[in-house]
Design a binder for this molecule. Structure first.
Ligand code: ADP
Ligand code: MG
Length: 475
């Protein structure tokens, strides 16, 4: 399972809840307790808790920034907001208005856009980046393209090496931050068009924003890419099925199916089940890479702090707690450890060290680092210090076979490319050999002619050239 960072966020009380009791008691920035209407108390610990007075910038710093940095370095990342309708999912994701200049209200999306473009701008001319944006929503188990409403049933396909793909989805090439925000705004307003057509509220569909960051280092053929996926899930509240009819009932069933499929996938991944039910819903299928692959995932459980919502909040927080199987692991230190482990000289097995050195000679440094990173994540390369093994054991064991397969596939592709290059060189060599043969025959014939004309060649050592001279006559 991917390294999941789970956070809880409580929004301030709204005007409807004004004067209501608050059900949470703060412990610290990771733990709190919550009381339900029956006065039952629960304690939760997450990677981070954002209380009512938290700023959008704090959420971005903790959840967004590391994932954006990874995407620029071709590591997939996903941020999911989960919670009941009105709990602050869309506010966390978008902020007041995507085009709004108010820096305090700016949500994750505009901050992701800012950082993506500033990160690629500081790379200068040595690396070329291409950023593409797609936006879809999943409503009643259909994936709709929010940039082209005529594409209202996008198929989800799996591509060897590239993972999960949305077949035929509109991908807009984005050149700067302003263009990204204008397009996001267009997608969001198309979502509203859909809402009236379907008589649905925005919280009745899952909205998915996909940034694909393609990177090519100048003078290198290889192109790598990272996918950054932001998911604003449909409201998780339980609808009273007894009273619900028609469209409302169907919507509720569909949301239930996808959110419970998400829960089942997380449970199956945690118990290392041989079968992970990704195909049980469109949502889990789209998020297959994010949940099962070597990507970074952040789950933000959004809740109201009011006592009247406490039962819903507890069920949201329980969902978050079930997803969180790695305790407060700092992503930065994980990366540092990996970087340290990428130093081949620290590999104890001499035979393996020799193989890795040979690979380093044959492959470009970046490809080898990707492979080594997968080796480390899969526990195939051991840590030089035992203390590190114990503290990051969970992370190493949490990496799935699929990320290992991806690295192997990349290695196989590189080997195939090398083989193709060898074949081309062999063909060139054969041509050169044949040319040499012809040259030797020509030389032989020229020499014979010269002999007939009583001339011979003299080789000048100092200039390295040959010249002709008449042979002295026998008399
Ligand atoms: P959801 O998407 O979960 O249904 P919204 O994000 O639309 O909920 O939030 C509902 C209302 O609460 C909105 O008016 C929003 O502006 C407000 N809100 C949510 N979170 C916050 C917050 N952290 N600070 C201020 N207002 C918030
Ligand atoms: Mg919303």
């Amino acid at each position: 399972m991917a390294n999941i960072c789970v956070c809880a966020r409580f929004r301030p009380l709204n005007s409807r809840e004004d004067g209501e009791a608050i059900c949470i008691t703060r412990s610290d920035s990771q733990s709190f307790s919550i009381k339900d209407e029956k006065d039952k108390q629960y304690t939760f610990t997450f990677d981070r808790v954002f209380y009512e007075d938290s700023e959008q910038a704090d959420v971005y710093e903790h959840v967004g920034r590391p994932i954006v940095r990874d995407a620029v370095n071709s590591i997939n990342g996903t941020i999911i907001t989960y919670g009941q309708t009105g709990a602050g999912k869309t506010y966390t994701m978008e902020g007041g208005n995507i085009l709004e200049a108010d820096n305090r209200k700016k949500g994750l999306l505009p901050r992701v856009v800012d950082e993506l473009f500033s990160a690629i701008n500081i790379c200068g001319e040595t690396t070329a980046y291409e950023i593409k944006l797609s936006m879809v929503e999943i409503y009643m188990e259909r994936v709709r393209d929010l940039f082209d409403l005529s594409k209202d049933n996008i198929q989800i396909k799996e591509h060897k090496g590239n993972g999960i793909l949305l077949s035929g989805v509109t991908e807009i090439l984005i050149l700067d931050g302003e263009e990204a925000l204008t397009n996001l705004c267009r997608g969001i307003s198309n979502r509203a068009v859909g809402e009236t057509q379907m008589n649905a509220e925005s919280s009745r569909s899952h909205c998915i924003y996909i940034f694909t960051v393609q990177k090519q280092v100048t003078n290198e053929k290889r192109v790598s890419s990272g996918k950054l996926v932001l998911v604003d899930l449909a409201g998780s509240e339980k609808v009273d099925m007894t009273g619900a009819k028609g469209q409302v009932l169907e919507e509720a069933k569909s949301i239930n199916t996808s959110l419970s499929a998400l829960g089942k996938v997380i449970t199956a991944l945690k118990s290392k089940s041989p079968h992970i039910p990704y195909r049980d819903s469109k949502l889990t299928r789209v998020l297959e890479d994010a949940l099962g692959g070597g990507s970074q995932t952040a789950l933000l459980c959004c809740c109201s702090p009011s006592l009247s919502s406490s039962s819903e909040s507890v069920s949201i927080l329980r969902f978050g707690a079930s997803a969180k199987h790695i305790k407060a692991s700092s992503r930065v230190s994980i990366k540092e450890d990996i970087d340290r482990k990428l130093d081949i000289s620290t590999v104890k097995d001499l035979k393996l060290q020799k193989i890795l050195k040979k690979l380093r000679e044959k492959l470009d440094a970046e490809t080898l680092d990707v492979i080594l990173e997968e080796f480390v994540m899969d526990g195939l390369l051991s840590d030089p210090t035992t203390s590190m093994i114990s503290s990051h054991e969970a992370i190493i064991t949490s990496q799935t076979i699929s990320s290992w397969k991806e690295a192997t596939q990349r290695l196989v592709n590189t080997i195939l490319e090398l083989k193709r290059e060898i074949n081309v060189l062999k063909e060139d060599n054969q041509v050169t050999k044949e040319e040499c043969k012809i040259m030797r025959q020509v030389r032989k014939r020229v020499k014979a002619k010269l002999r007939q004309a009583n001339l011979h060649t003299i080789y000048n050592e100092s200039t390295g050239t040959e010249f002709l001279r008449q042979k002295p006559s026998a008399a």
